[in-house]
Design a protein around this ligand. Sequence first.
Ligand code: UGA
Length: 364
Amino acid sequence: MNDLPSNPGRKRAAILGAGGFVGSHLSLRLLERGWEIDGWDLDAHRLPQLHDFDGFRFHRSDLRDPAHLAAAVDAPLVVNLAALCQPARYVSQPRKTIEDNFGLSRDVALACLESKARLVQFSTSEVYGRTLASYLPEAPADDDGLWLLREDASPLILEPTSVHRWSYACSKQLVERFLMALAKEEGLEIAIVRPFNFLGPWMDFLPGRDGEGTPRVLASFLSALLDGRPFPLVDGGCNRRTFCSIHDATSALIALLERPEDTRGQVFNLGHPGNECDMRVLATELAASFARVTGDPSWNDHPMADISSLEFYGEGYGDSDRRVPCIAKARRLLGWEPVTDLPTILDEVSRWALSHYSQKGSRP
Ligand code: UGA
């Protein structure tokens, strides 16, 4: 823990989960803008450059400890990013997924009520579940009411409770509802963010190199490339996502944090609707990016292998068929527009991964 005094003249925030992918990028951008940040996490390996800022204090702590939590919310603004967010774990550890994701966020919200902090809570695009269109195969594709996801209009469609995949989405939906209730009944000041597949350096981990288990798709594909295994395409890789640069995303988050009046009580989709593709195309684009940044076209020949979700994740996996955010509200209230296309995002990730993991292994 770094015990620098706080500076009363600067904007100050506590970032819970500062050591994670989003938390580390957001903390860096806020520090560059002169904010003072208290970062709370168990892990700091993504934060080496942050210790150069005199406004940064890192607290290595477990926020399930009530004393640590009370200290963490002693800030005018609390950003809660702490979450267990790998789909493989929603299926293998649904109880922990629910207890950690709902339980901790509930305790953070109650502590913010006590300390009178403004709370910006990270939820997930996964709360939308599946699209209406996925149940209506004959419906016209241009009817965007069946697939475009709007914060204040779209239904949240989760599968039966035996499909453990949705343990996370359901927990996050309950967190949102709990915060909405505290805002209505107790005056808690809140804003809620639903991220749509942010990509960038430092996302997740590569199994056997800097973590164990099954990461999200970008890290899974990077791992396959660097270890010379085929890209695993779950259920044929036909489900679709929209991918947003972490740098575009942090620009939106900064606007959100710096505009409390415009964002009070609101839920925001943050994503890039123009960067939509299925996982087979993502794999092709990532291989093409490796070919571009290394100058070696043979990366384009990297093999793919179809694998069933049952084999890849085990019993209880379900999936979002499509996730395209409506970002009209973020445009209107945050003045935000995502600008980075998928090849540019992937080139940054490829350069970073090739350099970051070069000591720990290389393409066979
Ligand atoms: C995850 C989280 O559950 C969301 O809460 C979060 O908002 C989202 O990531 C995010 O990054 O914003 P999801 O998009 O389903 O949701 O996560 P991935 O594990 O990255 O899966 C994306 C798609 O790739 C799925 O269809 C999955 O089946 C597929 N996949 C995954 C593969 O085809 N191969 C793999 O090796 C891994």
